[in-house]
Design a protein around this ligand. Sequence first.
Ligand code: GRG
Length: 303
Amino acid sequence: MTETLWPDTVSVADATSVATTLTDALIERLLVMPPGLEARVYEAMRYSALAPGKRLRPLLVLAGARLFGVAQLSALQVAAAIEMVHAYSLIHDDLPAMDNSDLRRGRPTCHKRFDEATAVLAGDGLLTMAFEVLAHPDTHGDPAVRCELVSALATAAGGGGMVGGQMIDLIAERQPLDIAAITRLQRMKTGALIAFACEAGAILGKTASESRIALRGYAHDLGLAFQIADDLLDVEGSAAETGKPVGADAAAGKATFVSILGVERARAQAGLLVDQAVDHLDLFEQRAELLRQVARFVVNRRA
Ligand code: GRG
């Protein structure tokens, strides 16, 4: 059971360390290198999915699953699947056709380390494998639960979620967006996947709607706070801290929360969102302390 992963009073750093070790071990196992020529795409998938990132989404899955006493393997399967989708999105986002970025997670991007075609395939491979993992009986004994997870992740990652948000983000380079449009874009681009991570434990635990609504509210505010923090890092952070180029949004002339609100108001808004996120967790009492700490970590992070 996930209860044994860490005590209620665990720090974000210690829980992240556990989440990273266990999720990466499972991804290593799922992405075992085949003997044939297709091994190259597996090498690229492993290169990106196992690169040092924060593993925020796996941490949210495990922390949420723990609230409902979900089996550890079930939660880890979902953690691995969502990190695969996240890694795919970063690989494709870095391609010359999109952000054309050379640095990710402190390393050369996938297309720089391999080549563009391999990077496209590595992203495709990770995206499709995520659904193979969710559909596997190890994820849950009940096929209806597996089906719900597949559907929820597809909705979060697809045209009405991350992919749609990325489309609007590309359009935003040539067309100014107001704050409402930027909020919608970010809720789709980054918020939807974070929301899936927060709700997955409730799906696995076949939980009553009140808990799910609370987690959805938490995720809604957390996702936006996360994005504002990301915008602030793009202005105030360094490549050494974030492991990716900074200043990219301003260079592309893209409107962000920070360019519209200014640094101080954006920071204040992120703080308000975190307070709101935390308020949604009251019904879980002390058991949600880690999720409260994660929300505070998200806005104070330097990477
Ligand atoms: C290509 C379909 C497609 C989507 C790309 C997520 C995304 C959409 C692009 C990433 C660009 C970006 C910097 C978005 C801002 C928020 C974000 C997702 C940052 C990266 O996530 P972290 O900070 O990364 O959790 P690590 O490396 O720590 O996992």
